[in-house]
Write a protein that binds this ligand. Structure first.
Ligand SMILES: [Zn+2]
Length: 348
């Protein structure tokens, strides 16, 4: 008898959701919000569409996407050896789907990730967002909780008191709930080229995260957009550098999904290309290039910007698992102010 794998997958997730009393998937048909549209028109985001294909990347892509889709079930075990490739996984904006759909998949493969939350979204009580109990569950299970402002404001051009509220206030908000956030993510990747914003981020956090690059070079050398020789905040001309401790460069994977119009095979292939592109730069066992990948919502939706289909997400995580990637949280990104370079912490 033929068994529809997608049907089993969807049915399993639906049953899971009802078990935990969550109906967030019912809200999946809500129209695009303005921030989606803004992100879609962000020139920095758009420039990435051609950026990473310019780079020389390794060609160890001898894989084929699995034809049989896996379903969410118990933990996978037995694969522990590493291929010496690394990746950091992050989730922005505190969507409910991150705990309903993404976390069980992360758990299945034993992966930990960072969740960049917006305090007012958590406080909102909206069923589409995670609440503080959800956040507590994430941390209890080894996930990393980090800051993404109070209200998801565009920081560019804000007055200093508003900057302090969004940037410092969100750190304080998280601290009041027991989370010590040391990493800040800029909404819309905006403000990370504004000295006032960057200075404010530096007042409260060890590291800032912006877009938009498929690989973060830990010594900040190698970005096509930049000729810098290390990660110091300002270059010799007194201008902000492109990659600094306050502007670690990540990639919103949603850009890839949009680029390929949600064609799962093409999106999967590009994911594999991105995560393997580090090989060209990590020679001799030394890790210098790390893909810092960001997701937004994860649920049963298909063909919707800033929503990653849960079944596709499972396939991406399965690829990382089967190919022995070390999956890190953003908290494992350290910075050495003596050498002005990043390094990776606590990796075995
Ligand atoms: Zn965001």
């Amino acid at each position: 008898m033929h068994v529809c794998a997608r049907c089993i997958f969807n049915l399993t997730l639906i049953v899971m959701m009802f078990i935990i009393g969550n109906s967030s998937y019912l809200n999946a048909a809500i129209s695009l919000s303005s921030w989606h549209l803004r992100l879609l028109t962000n020139t920095d985001d758009l420039s990435i569409l051609n950026h990473y294909h310019d780079q020389s990347v390794s060609t160890d892509l001898n894989f084929t996407p699995s034809s049989s889709h896996s379903i969410v079930r118990g933990n996978v075990s037995g694969v522990t050896n590493s291929n010496n490739k690394v990746i950091m996984l992050g989730f922005d904006d505190g969507w409910k789907g991150q705990i309903t759909f993404a976390k069980p998949i992360l758990d299945k493969y034993g992966f930990k990730a960072s969740f960049f939350v917006v305090c007012d979204y958590v406080n909102s009580g909206g069923i589409r967002r995670m609440n503080w109990q959800d956040i507590a569950t994430l941390q209890k299970d080894g996930m990393d909780i980090e800051s993404h402002t109070m209200t998801h404001a565009d920081l560019n051009g804000l007055k200093q008191d508003r900057l302090d509220y969004e940037v410092g206030g969100s750190k304080q908000c998280l601290a009041s709930h027991g989370y010590n956030s040391t990493i800040f993510a800029y909404p819309y990747n905006s403000g990370s080229n504004d000295p006032d914003v960057v200075t404010t981020v530096g007042k409260y956090y060890d590291i800032g995260r912006s877009g938009t690059a498929p690989l973060m070079f830990l010594n900040c050398i190698g970005f096509k957009k930049s000729q810098q020789s290390d990660c110091r905040t300002y270059g010799p001309d007194g201008e902000l550098n492109y990659a600094t401790r306050y502007t670690a460069r990540s990639l919103s994977f949603d850009i890839v999904e949009i680029k390929y119009s949600f064609d799962d095979n093409k999106v999967f292939s590009d994911f594999v290309e991105i995560v393997n592109s580090q090989s060209a730069y990590n020679l001799g066992g030394k890790i210098n290039a790390v893909p810092l990948i960001i997701f937004h919502n994860v649920d049963l939706t298909t063909n919707r910007p800033y929503y990653t289909n849960a079944e596709l997400f499972d396939q991406l995580m399965k690829y990382l698992y089967e190919n022995h990637f070390k999956v890190l949280t953003y908290r494992q990104l350290g910075y050495n102010p003596q050498t002005n370079t990043f390094y990776l912490k606590d990796i075995s």
